[in-house]
Design a protein around this ligand. Structure first.
Ligand code: BMA
Length: 367
């Protein structure tokens, strides 16, 4: 072989290894999203997110183009979170009734408008057949035992989640990068993978198994988020941390409970823990995010600009995500974004108008 032929062969083999690459780099779709989120943080911005935003709202469901967020502030959220619960059961709709096919389409639309998507997962309890909130049985001990039936179950379930995520593609057939935050809120004990239901080693093993199956499925479009709930200390936050090889985003889920009276506790807790996450992100070259928050029913009319906005201004987090607007006749009072006519609409507009907060249009300008 001549040296030119060798060079051509080498180049050809490299381009087949890097099938998804831009011509000038070998970045995966996940690398692209990580860099984009880093740019958001270095620009001093915070992306606003809402769970299931375009699937349903206060008084509608599955109507093309609709969004309570857009109808209130004129734009879609910068980030939309979706939940994979029941993907493990090979059924067409997830736990709150949203068809997986619909999610795939909305992920594509959100990506096309320059927005970002993230995923949580509330899988069934593999030990009892109950839901995520069924804290009976011995799932965690069994899963952590290599070769056990339940460890195989979690491998199979993770493979299903991974294949769905890896199948999310844009109009050009390129994989859409997403944030995935499995096994969330594990510092509480309301899910079967929670603190009182497992040892730290068992919890870390769950992450390891999940990651192995995502890698096997070629899901290189995943940015991984770790999202504990409230913790008493940095040690508690890190007790079950699976390791720097597994995590890109230090997240936290903290809800505001107790109305006006609960404000000081919410703000103090959020400040303390966002302090941990943003410090860890800086020290380890990673990202931080407020992965879930909200005040159910938004019973404090100025909550968005008086309580949430200052937290977003104080901490260098890539995004903040509030939970869903359940349809009022399905789960009354369970909403986190004001709909048209709600008393918190004005405050949400002020939050939107802050030059620190990104909804989809402004986010689309940060490539
Ligand atoms: C909870 C509630 C439930 C929902 C679950 C999973 O916080 O919103 O109604 O089923 O999340 O999305």
């Amino acid at each position: 072989m001549t040296s030119t032929a060798i060079l051509i062969t080498l180049l050809a083999s490299q381009s087949s290894v890097c099938g998804n690459c831009q011509p000038d780099s070998c970045a995966t779709p996940a690398d692209g999203l990580r860099s984009r989120l880093e740019r958001v943080v270095s620009d001093g911005k915070v992306i606003f997110g809402h769970h299931d935003d375009t699937a349903y709202g206060f008084d509608w469901q599955y109507e093309d183009g609709r969004s309570d967020t857009k109808e209130t502030v004129g734009d879609y959220p910068g980030l939309i979170n979706w939940d994979l619960g029941l993907i493990e059961c090979d059924v067409p709709v997830q736990l709150d009734g949203v068809p997986f096919e619909f999610i795939a389409q909305e992920v594509r639309k959100q990506n096309a408008r320059g927005g970002i998507n993230s995923f949580s997962w509330h899988p069934r309890n593999p030990s009892t057949g109950g839901d995520s909130w069924d804290v009976t049985g011995t799932a965690m001990a069994e899963i952590a035992s290599p070769g056990s039936a339940l460890s195989d179950t979690i491998r199979s379930w993770s493979g299903k989640a991974a294949r769905f995520i890896a199948s999310l593609t844009d109009e050009q057939g390129r994989k859409i990068p997403v944030v995935f935050r499995p096994w969330h809120e594990h510092t509480g004990s309301w899910f079967w993978w929670g603190k009182d239901l497992s040892t730290p080693e068992q919890y870390k093993e769950l992450w390891k198994i999940t990651r192995e199956e995502f890698d096997k499925a070629g899901a290189d479009n995943v940015v991984w988020a770790y999202s504990p709930d409230r913790v008493a200390s940095l040690e508690d936050y890190m007790e079950r941390y699976p390791g720097d090889d597994y995590v890109d985003i230090f997240g936290v889920d903290i809800y505001h409970f107790g109305g006006e009276q609960g404000t000081p506790e919410y703000v103090e807790t959020a400040k303390r823990i966002l302090g941990y996450t943003t410090t860890l992100a800086k020290e380890r070259g990673k990202l931080a995010a407020f992965t879930e928050t909200g005040l159910e029913g938004i019973t404090i009319a100025d909550w968005y600009d008086s309580t949430l906005l200052p937290l977003c201004e104080e901490f260098p987090i890539a995004y903040v995500c509030v939970w869903r607007n359940a349809k009022h006749d399905v789960k009354p009072g369970h909403f986190y974004v004001p709909f048209k006519g709600h008393p918190a609409e004005k405050s949400f507009k002020k939050f939107h108008d802050s030059n620190r907060i990104l909804f989809s249009k402004e986010l689309s300008e940060i490539k």
